[in-house]
Each structure stands twice: as C-alpha cells, then as structure tokens.
Write a protein that binds this ligand. Sequence first.
Ligand code: GLN
Length: 386
Amino acid sequence: MLQFPPSKLPDTPPTIFTVMSSLATQKNAINLGQGFPDFDMDAELIGLVNHYMLQGKNQYVHMNGLLQLREAIAEKVSSLYKSNVSAEDNITVTPGGTYAIYTALTSVLQPGDEVIVFEPAYDSYIPNITINGAIPIIIPLTYPGFNIDWQNVKQNITPKTRAIIINSPHNPSGNVLREKDIIELKQIVQNTDILILSDEVYEHVIFDDIEHKSLLKHPDLLEQSFVCFSFGKLFNCTGWKIGYCISGNGLMKEFRKVHQFNCFSCNSPVQFAIADFLKTDKSYLTLGNMMQRKRDILREGLTALGFKPIPSYGSYFQLFNYSDLSQANDKEFSTELVNNAGVASIPLSAFYKKGIDFKLLRFCFCKKDDTLLMAIKKLEDYFKGK
Ligand code: GLN
C-alpha cells in the first residue's frame, strides 16, 4: 500500500476561478466570474502566428525568450516608463504572469523567509509563498477603500522580511497604487535587502485618466524588484499564456535558473508574432478607454438594481456590495446568482485566507457589451421575480 506523501499544499482546493467557470458552463450562465474577454482578439495578430507557423518557426527559441521580442519589450518599457532595461540581462519571456510570479518567488525564497502580502490577494500569491517553505505575513487592505496601510506594513517588517508583493491595478478590488504609495514603499525597502514583487499585469487596463505607477519608473529599485506582465491582458488573449518578467541583473540570473528547468522556452510562433505586432500596434494604449466604457455599463446596470459599487480604477473587475439585496454570505449569494439568475461572479471572500465576508461580489466586465447587457437583464428579471 502506497504511503502517500504529505501534501505540499494542504487545504488547497481547485481555484475559485475554475470552480465558478465550471459551474457557469454547467448552469449555462453568463460568466462574469473568471477574468477573460469573450470578444475577438486582433485578427492580424492571429494571422502573424499562423504566418510564422507556416514559415517553420516551430522549434525552441532562446530559453530567455526570443531576442527580438525581448528587444521590443525593452523598447516598450523605455518609451512608456523611461526605463532603461536590457533585453539581454533584465527580461525573460514566460508562459503568463502567474508563472512569472511563481518563478520569481521560487527563485529567491528560503524556508522561514517572511513575505508581506496584502489581502484581498490574487489567489496564487500565498500558495506560491508556502510551497517554498516561506511564511506569508498577511496585511489587510483598508476597507472599503482597499488601500495599503503603510504604518501597518512598517510594524510588520522584521529581520526575516524577504519580500513585499504589490499589485496595481489590483485584482480583485480595482484600486490602483498612487505616487504616495510608491514613496512609502521606497522608504521601507531602500537600503534594505527586502525585495519587491510587483504584479502589473493590468498596466494598461486603467481608467479615469489615471497614470499607471509602474515600478519600472524607479530604476533605483530595479536591482531588488521583479515586475511581472501579461500579453494575454495586453492583446485580449488570456489563453495564450504568455507574459514576461523584468528584474535587475542579479535577480534575473536566479529567475532564469528556475525557469530553465520548468518551462525552459515559451511558445515560439507566438513570440515571433508578438515581436512584430508590438512594434506596429499600439492599441493597448486605448485598452483603458475601451474597458472603462464596459465598467460603466456594468456599474450603471447593477447600481439600478440595488447593488452598491466600490470604485474600480483599473483591472477587469468591479466589486459590488449587495447588502440591500440579500443577507446571505458572499459564497451563498454568488452560488444563488449562478444557479437561479444565470450570472456567475466571484465571492470576495475567496481572496482572503480566512474567508472574511464583506457582502461583496467581484464581477468581470471585460466582456462584449451584449454580454454585459444580457447579464444585467437576467439579474433584473431574477430580482423582479423574487
Ligand atoms: N486572473 C484571472 C482572474 O482573476 C483568472 C486567472 C486564473 O483563472 N488563474 O479572474
């Protein structure tokens, strides 16, 4: 009889995104749960991938990423963030942002290290810390603004603090970091060995003319930072699973040691295609406007039904408080809506280790206008009929 090994991630069920998407499919519900667009991506980019496949670009490229793609990325971050990073030493192409985050943490964390993580948190951060034997030091974002309480951060710094994870625009709250936050962060980490992991996958999904405060705008922090990005979010193709990480020379060396024995080298025709596309297509610069309109459609529609929106300044997501509509807890209420109204969402408690219930649901609005309108109609019918 096999003596089964102890789990490296005990008490870790399948992610809420998978659970909710499966439930949505099963119930034939509109999926405003998991964050992915339901509209078509750019046909030209698809054509380029096809072109390069037919051209025979189907074998491994360099394990750090196709050089011309890394050069195109260096150009993009230089023009956007005035950041002078080297394609050779500072950029690695990865199979998505989530992978980049895992690899970054795995390449530096030792058992017993402490990592500061803010809740609500994207669901992979804490398991990525614990699987490395490190300890998540969980600090709640303020409620209901979902801001960082920097005083609280300072009080939680110890000699064991190895890293701080930040995420802006923030999943799931839609809040964004401001200049004052970056100044506070800088004061805490400067002249220390504390690393920063900055999840910036929604860098271009930012609204109301707010400027994204990329960590890359601070070259003095690069040596101690990993900054993670996603082409899936940039080009509306989350299923392509392609992104990249930027960090200082020393950290990137360690990152690549882990990366080379895990993914090794990402999908090659996609890298050839994106390298070309990045140079000519700047549609990501208008992504924020397009998504802002969608945010507004959902916000107006659901507000009229009695949901109360929490301001979303970026990301694919809008939180709504539903306490005027139901006293059920958020898991029960999201289950009720997917089963009976035919609309899937994500309960906010899924982003807290201890499952705290604020009566908030996360709705994803990066969907066709028609999808959003249909979801609003279904919810309206459901509440009318109650
Ligand atoms: N980032 C997406 C979300 O928050 C989902 C990614 C995933 O399913 N792992 O909805």
